[in-house]
Design a protein around this ligand. Structure first.
Ligand SMILES: [Zn+2]
Length: 248
């Protein structure tokens, strides 16, 4: 009875024999149809050349403009700052809106090798130069006279700000980076004074009054305690173009 069915090895041989026949059929079909398939696919004569994306081909952006992008007056001013050991960097662009304008903003962190500007202020170069000269010379001399110490930090309250003069429509010199508000100073003997001490009497008040008087001239506008309610806690120093300094 067992002879009616093929033995297991026999079935395996038959199944194995079916595979080469199937492979032969597939190969024959492929060889017969491949030329036709190839003819139906439109291959380009040349491979397309990859095009760079627009942003990849643009000039790399940098906050440091090429030297020849700056007007010669601006380059000369920055050279003066470097000679005075002022520490500054190219500041972020200032949006020219509502009439505010600061085409070549710089951020000042040190008014000299030893005098920090805290926090750093964004200014136009000529104003930064006037501030560096004033605090390195007249203000430093007054620090030695009143405190027998060196000026080591100037605390500023505003540099560039796009805003009008308080209570008016005219733009403040802050809107052009030409004004610096001073709220306090620090000395090498760890003395710290604030402009709010202006009316207190004593050494800090004496220093502040002489500082204010000395700033009139190097700056064309000097305002402070007593000018109006807006200036009770700081000196406003600016470089507005005037025929004569305005110091109140
Ligand atoms: Zn001001």
């Amino acid at each position: 009875m067992t002879d009616l069915l093929p033995s297991v090895p026999e079935r395996q041989i038959r199944a194995a024999g079916a595979r080469p026949r199937l492979l032969l059929f597939v190969c024959t079909f492929f060889l017969a149809t491949a030329p036709a398939l190839a003819g139906s696919i439109q291959l380009p004569e040349r491979a397309p050349i990859p095009q760079p994306r627009p942003e990849a081909s643009a000039e790399p952006s940098t906050t440091e403009p090429r030297p020849d992008a700056l007007p010669s007056s601006e380059r000369a001013c920055r050279e003066q700052l470097r000679k005075l050991d002022v520490v500054f960097r190219e500041a972020d662009d200032v949006a020219a809106e509502e009439g505010c304008s600061l085409p070549h903003p710089i951020e000042i962190t040190q008014l000299s090798e030893r005098i920090r500007l805290e926090p750093p202020a964004t200014l136009e170069c000529e104003t930064a130069l006037a501030a560096a000269r004033f605090f390195q010379s007249a203000a430093s001399d007054l620090a030695r006279k009143h405190f027998k110490a060196d000026l080591v930090a100037v605390r500023q309250a505003s540099g560039y700000v796009c805003r009008p003069i308080n209570g008016g429509k005219n733009l403040s010199e802050h809107a052009f980076g030409k004004a610096l508000d001073i709220a306090g100073l620090a000395f090498s003997d760890e003395t710290e004074i604030e402009v709010t001490q202006y009316g207190d009497g004593g050494e800090p008040a004496g220093f502040l009054k002489e500082l204010r008087a000395a700033a009139c001239g190097p700056f064309s506008t000097v305002l402070g305690p007593g000018t109006n309610a807006d200036h009770e806690d700081h000196f406003h120093l600016d470089m507005k173009e005037r025929r004569a300094p305005y110091c109140r």
